[in-house]
Design a protein around this ligand. Structure first.
Ligand code: GDP
Ligand code: MN
Length: 325
C-alpha cells in the first residue's frame, strides 16, 4: 500500500508503516483460559514468565474462565505480578452449544471416541475449550483494547531469560504468528476438518481468491500431497504469541463460522491447534510466522530448549530435552 513518507525498514525487509515508530508501545496482553482448581499450576507458570520476561516489560494479564473466579484465585494471581490483571467470565455463546448442534449425536460420538483411547476423546468440556480457543477468545470484550497476545497455560515452564520486547519484535517485523513447538495431530480427532476447509474455499470464492499465493505460504507444512489431504502438522497452540487481527479478520471469522456450523468441534474433536494452524497457513505468508527459538518452553512432556551455545547462559532447560532431538 502507498506510504507518503519514508518508512523504517529492518533486517527481514519488512517495512513498518510510517505512522508507527519501533519504540511505540504495543497493545498486548497475556491471555489465560484457566480453571480455579489449576491455581497452583498457573502460579508456577506466572512466576517463571515474570522472572524470564514480564518483570522487565509489565504486560497485563487477562484471565478467562467459564466459571466465576474464586476470591482466592484473584488474590493469588494478582499478587504474582506487578502488572494489571483482569478477570472475565465466558457467556453461553463463547462456551456452550450452538442451537444447530444435535447434543444427542455429540454425546454418542464422544462415547465412541472415548473407546478408541484418543486423548480427551470422551471429554465434553475439552470440546468447548477447543471451540472457544478457535473462535472466541479474541472476541472477548476484555481483549478489545489489545492487538497482540501471548497465550499462557497452567503448569508450563519458561526457562530462558528474554531481554527484548517480544511484542515489539512481532509488530516491528510484521510477524503475525509466533510459536515454539510443532506437532502432529491425532488424525482420529479431525476426520472431516480438511474437507470442510476445502468446502469452505469452494463456497467462499471471495475469501479463497484473496488468500496469498500458495508458494508464498507454508502450504507444504500442512500437506504432503499438494492439498489433497492434511498431514496433521500444527503449531502447538498452548504457546502462541500472535496478532489478534489475524483472528478478527473477516476471512477468519467466515472460516470459523463455517467450521462451527459443520459441527466438527462437537461431533468430532477438532483442536484449536489444527484449526489455527491450517487457517494461519492459508491466510499468512511464510515470513509472517516466527519461530521463537530463544524462548525455552515446556508443556507436559515436550520441551523447546534452544541448543545453540549462545543460549546456555540464559536458559535453565537441558538442551538434551529439546523436542525433535
Ligand atoms: P491440553 O493442553 O490439550 O492437555 O489441555 P489443557 O487441559 O491444558 O487445556 C488447555 C487450556 O484450557 C488450559 O489453559 C486449561 O487451563 C484451559 N481449560 C481446559 N478446560 C477448561 C475448562 O473446562 N474451563 C476452563 N476455565 N479452562 C479450561
Ligand atoms: Mn495444556
Amino acid at each position: 500500500s502507498f506510504s507518503p513518507t519514508p518508512s523504517k525498514s529492518n533486517t527481514t525487509g519488512y517495512t513498518l508503516p510510517s505512522n508507527i515508530s519501533p519504540e511505540d508501545p504495543v497493545r498486548a496482553c497475556y491471555v489465560v483460559l484457566v480453571r480455579n482448581q489449576e491455581l497452583n499450576g498457573l502460579l508456577s507458570s506466572m512466576r517463571q514468565l515474570e522472572d524470564t520476561f514480564n518483570r522487565k516489560f509489565n504486560y497485563p494479564y487477562v484471565f478467562l474462565n467459564d466459571d466465576e473466579f474464586t476470591p482466592e484465585f484473584i488474590e493469588m494471581t494478582s499478587a504474582a505480578t506487578k502488572s494489571e490483571v483482569k478477570y472475565g467470565k465466558l457467556d453461553s455463546q463463547m462456551w456452550g452449544y450452538p442451537s444447530f448442534i444435535n447434543q444427542t449425536l455429540a454425546a454418542e460420538n464422544r462415547e465412541a471416541m472415548a473407546a478408541t483411547g484418543i486423548p480427551y476423546g470422551g471429554s465434553e468440556s475439552y470440546r468447548h475449550m477447543c471451540r472457544f480457543q478457535s473462535g472466541y477468545f479474541f472476541r472477548h470484550p476484555l481483549l478489545d483494547e489489545y492487538d497482540y497476545y501471548w497465550r499462557v497455560e497452567p503448569d508450563v515452564d519458561f526457562s530462558c531469560q528474554v531481554d527484548y520486547d517480544v511484542f515489539k519484535y512481532m509488530r516491528n517485523h510484521g510477524k503475525k504468528y509466533g510459536f515454539t513447538i510443532a506437532f502432529r495431530e491425532f488424525m482420529g480427532t479431525i476426520p472431516s476438518l480438511w474437507d470442510t476447509v476445502r468446502n469452505f474455499k469452494r463456497d467462499y470464492p471471495e475469501v479463497a481468491d484473496n488468500l496469498p499465493a500458495r508458494q508464498d505460504t507454508l502450504f507444504k507444512f500442512i500437506t504432503d500431497d499438494n492439498g489433497n489431504t492434511y498431514n496433521g502438522c500444527h503449531f502447538w497452540t498452548n504457546f502462541e504469541i500472535a496478532s489478534l487481527d489475524l483472528w478478527r479478520s473477516n476471512d477468519y471469522l467466515k472460516l470459523f463460522s463455517y467450521l462451527d456450523r459443520s459441527g466438527g468441534f462437537f461431533y468430532e474433536r477438532w483442536g484449536d491447534a489444527p484449526v489455527h494452524s491450517i487457517a494461519a497457513t492459508l491466510m499468512l505468508r511464510k515470513d509472517e510466522f516466527h519461530f521463537f527459538n530463544d524462548i525455552g518452553y515446556r508443556h507436559s512432556a515436550y520441551t523447546h530448549c534452544p541448543v545453540e551455545p549462545e543460549f546456555r547462559d540464559r536458559c535453565s532447560c537441558n538442551p538434551d530435552t529439546n523436542f525433535g532431538k
